[in-house]
Design a protein around this ligand. Structure first.
Ligand code: 26W
Length: 809
């Protein structure tokens, strides 16, 4: 869409804005300026800013309608959007104005921004990617809707008690949510269970239970406020919230039972990113939001275009991993049962409409549902899945697939308890299947989807992930943004690839000094925050070495911790050497059922306690595990990082997006040749990144040829000393056996190849030390990182999706 189709409302003056915030405070919140608490000022500010957004929102909707535009629908069980006020105000370019208006009332915008709850409707990278994509879609003026679930409790809040993770419920809606609009008129019937009957040639599904899905909309403002899209999250409600007959008979629980059951559906986000949640409630959530979204999309299409036949020309539906894959069967059901389509015609429309993005190759994370459960909950969809499967396997047979290949392609896993394979369903029902980095896409073709890829060789394509430079540079790093603007002007704000104009400044010593000063001031701010929140002092002149992400064995926080211990041992043995002072920062959440990941958190805290208390190493090494990692904490830590740890076992991290955020903020990466690290290296150049360890091919070969970690550990004195120290209780004198099992796992199997990569990792860390001492060289590399990673803007990623998959550009 062109930008001039949306109306630009006139900018109110600062005084008028201040008046309108006060008016909102009084008339909408019901408090006067004397009685108002910070949360009241926050709500009043959001409501006021929202007024401006709403007008742009309606203009965008009308413009899309008038143009008969094709719409993009991004279906995702997770949207990790974080706070929205700063995002909205910067994208509207009203920061100064709002700051000044609030100052008239003695309020500070920055302080109000800090008390906004962090909307954590996601686990990690996949959910944050969805949020970056929504922002980029709006920034590119593309008409789009995000569809998801309005979880009442998002990602849990993490407390660290005596070094252990404790999960606390997150209640982001406690003070209400001034951003959202409930749309009671957009409500859909969602059935579960029951039976399927056939009368004549009509199939009828009579669900045994039903709930209502109610739309709750949040506007998503694009850069410069030219375009506003909708994030539509579904809330579940009982049709009959209270059964009065039961209530009057004194059965209060029975009277409210339906509402309780309905509310349970949208109550919590499954806090898991390692193993699929096998519970029935999760499948119910998936179907609930898929069905509501598909019904809404079909309803809108018919309302605007009249004819369901043209759906693929006017709607592109992207499945964010397999969580919404049941949508494929749901669209088929709607087309066949409600719109009288023949199966084959419905199938063509379905395939042309859907695209599917895969985010992981970990076999344990691939979703499949016991057939018995799927059939009991969704009997009509089960029939449709069987029909799709029959067609798919016919095509495979006529293409000459052998039995083994047929078994791999089938939507039903027949080994053991029969299960429905959601990835195969998503693949079969889509015209495009994409991976999220070049290596990952390549491995998709060779591993999980090898047989499907042979059958449909044109469907798999790559779309390397990206991040929105508005949140991850402009908003989180105003100091660096101001410096870049002075150097190269404002062009990079509209096109992140213009950051390349900064490249020559790496050779300008005056610029390097100013760049280093910005980094230092970001480090001071983080050090203050860590002191205030954890009562730990860290030195802003030490190197900030950061690993923040979900805690998972494949991400190898353990490799980093073991190397930290080895470094600690080295410093103690050779205190006379010229060590580079470091602060090792960790943050991240572990899935509540993932015992090893939780033990890694405890180990990081145990190591921190010992190291930080040791007078011999205090000035050279500090370790901190910062609690409750979330989007807002990342926005503080990323701009302050010197070194970005991206050290997954090669072949296991689909892409990574933290790697991009750090590089864009001038941290250097230490990393393996995994995920998007490879593409980052290609762009920043070998001299500006520290690559170590085995390649994905080498990992595979080592596993195939029999890997013996014990001999590797025995052959590395540093590793052996660190591992045996941890194993024997040096860091856990209160419970010396605490880490015996964790360390035993390294000797015995070491699936993630911590030992195999250790020596090379430690050597790379010493190269990092040497470079950091040469501060000019370090800063030049940091500048080159910022300059050369503009390509990792999610605007570029979305343009590629728009052109190749959705055909909307
Ligand atoms: C069903 C349980 C479950 C839930 C989520 C299993 C797996 C997941 C995701 C695959 C978790 C995830 O966030 N994946 C990450 O997606 C990012 C965006 O593409 C990538 O950058 C990360 O490499 C990938 O781990």
């Amino acid at each position: 869409m062109t930008s001039d189709t949306a109306v630009q409302p006139p900018e109110p003056t600062v005084q008028a804005l201040a008046d309108s915030i006060l008016d909102t405070l009084v008339h909408r919140i019901g408090k006067d300026a004397q009685a108002a608490r910070p949360h009241d000022w926050l709500a009043a500010t959001i409501f006021t800013v929202r007024n401006d957004i709403v007008e742009r929102w309606m203009a965008s909707t009308k413009a899309a309608h008038a143009a008969g535009a094709k719409r993009v629908y991004y279906l995702s069980l997770e949207f990790l959007i974080g706070r929205l006020l700063r995002d909205a105000v910067t994208n509207l370019q009203r920061s100064d104005e709002v700051t000044r208006a609030l100052a008239i009332h003695g309020q500070t915008l920055a302080e109000l921004e800090e008390i906004e709850p962090d909307a954590a409707l996601g686990n990690g990278g996949l959910g944050r990617l969805a949020a970056c994509f929504m922002e980029s879609l709006a920034s590119l003026d593309l008409p789009a809707y995000g569809y998801g679930i309005r979880y009442v409790n998002g990602m849990f809040r993490q407390r660290i008690d005596d070094g252990w993770q404790v999960e606390m419920p997150e209640n982001w809606l406690a003070h209400g949510n001034p951003w959202e609009f409930e749309r009671r008129e957009s409500a859909y019937f969602i059935g579960f269970g029951g039976e399927v009957t056939i009368t004549g040639n009509r199939v009828h599904w009579n669900p045994a239970e039903a709930v209502e899905a109610i739309a709750v909309d949040t506007p998503v403002v694009g850069w410069r406020g030219k375009w506003v899209n909708t994030l539509r999250l579904w809330n579940a409600r009982a049709f009959d919230p209270i059964k009065l007959d039961k209530f009057n008979a004194g059965d209060f629980e029975g009277a409210l039972g339906d509402q309780m059951r309905a509310e349970t559906l949208t109550r919590v986000l499954y806090p898991n990113d390692s193993t699929p949640a096998g519970q029935e409630l999760r499948l119910r959530q998936e179907y609930f939001f898929s069905s509501a979204s598909i019904q809404d999309i079909v309803r809108r299409h018919i309302q605007y275009f009249g004819d369901i036949q043209t759906l693929p020309d006017k709607a592109a539906i992207q499945l964010n991993d397999t969580h919404p894959a049941v949508s494929v069967a749901e669209l088929m059901r709607v087309l066949i049962d409600h719109h009288d389509f023949a199966f084959d015609a419905a199938w063509e429309i379905t395939k042309r409409t859907f695209g599917y993005t895969n985010h992981t190759l970990l076999p344990e994370a691939l979703e499949s549902w016991p057939l018995s459960l799927f059939e009991r909950l969704l009997p009509r969809h089960m029939q449709i899945v069987y029909q799709i499967n029959a067609k798919l396997l016919r095509e495979a047979r006529s293409a000459g697939s052998n039995d083994q290949s047929i078994a791999a392609i089938s939507l039903i896993d027949e080994g053991g308890e029969r299960r429905v394979r959601m990835a195969n369903l998503a693949f079969a029902g889509s015209h495009s299947i994409n991976g999220v980095a070049a290596l990952h896409t390549d491995l998709m073709k060779k591993t999980v989807f090898a047989d499907l890829h042979r059958l449909y060789p044109t469907r798999i394509n790559n779309k390397t992930n990206g991040i929105t430079p508005r949140r991850w540079l402009q908003q989180c790093n105003p100091g660096l943004t101001a410096l870049i603007r002075e150097a190269i002007g404002d062009g990079f704000l509209d096109d992140a690839e213009r950051l390349i104009d900064l490249d020559p400044f790496a050779e300008d010593s005056g610029f390097r000094e100013r760049f280093a000063a910005v980094k230092r001031s970001n480090k001071v701010m983080l050090a203050n925050h860590i002191f205030e929140s954890m009562n730990l002092r860290i030195d802003p002149d030490a190197m900030f070495d950061v690993q923040i992400k979900r805690i998972h064995e494949y991400k190898r926080q353990l490799l980093n911790i073991v190397e930290t211990v080895a470094l600690y041992d080295q410093i103690r043995s050779h205190p006379e050497r010229d060590w580079t002072p470091r602060v090792k920062l960790f943050a991240g959440k572990a899935a509540s059922s993932y015992q090893n990941a939780k033990l890694v958190i405890k180990l990081a805290n145990d190591v921190a306690r010992r190291v930080n208390a040791d007078p011999m190493t205090r000035d050279l090494l500090r370790v901190a595990f910062v609690p409750n990692y979330n989007v807002s904490l990342a926005e503080r830590i990323v701009p302050a990082a010197d070194l970005s740890e991206q050290i997954s076992t090669a072949g296991m991290e689909a892409s990574g997006t933290g790697n991009m955020k750090f590089a864009m903020n001038g941290a250097l990466t230490i990393g393996t040749l995994d995920g998007a690290n490879i593409e980052i290296k290609d762009r920043v150049g070998d001299d500006n990144i520290f690559i170590f360890g085995m390649t994905a091919d080498e990992v595979e070969a080592k596993r195939a040829n029999g890997y013996d970690p014990r001999s590797v550990i025995e052959a590395s004195p540093e590793l052996r000393q660190a591992v045996s120290g941890i194993a024997s209780g040096v860091f856990s004198p209160d419970d010396p056996g605490r880490y015996a099992g964790l360390m035993g796992g390294l000797y015995d199997g070491d699936w993630f190849m911590v030992a195999a990569d250790f020596d090379d990792y430690a050597a790379a860390q010493r190269r990092v030390d040497a470079r950091y001492v040469d501060r000019d060289a370090w800063t030049a590399s940091a500048i080159r990182n910022v300059a050369r990673v503009g390509w990792f803007s999610s605007d570029r990623t979305i343009r590629e999706y728009a052109r190749d998959i959705w055909t909307v550009m």
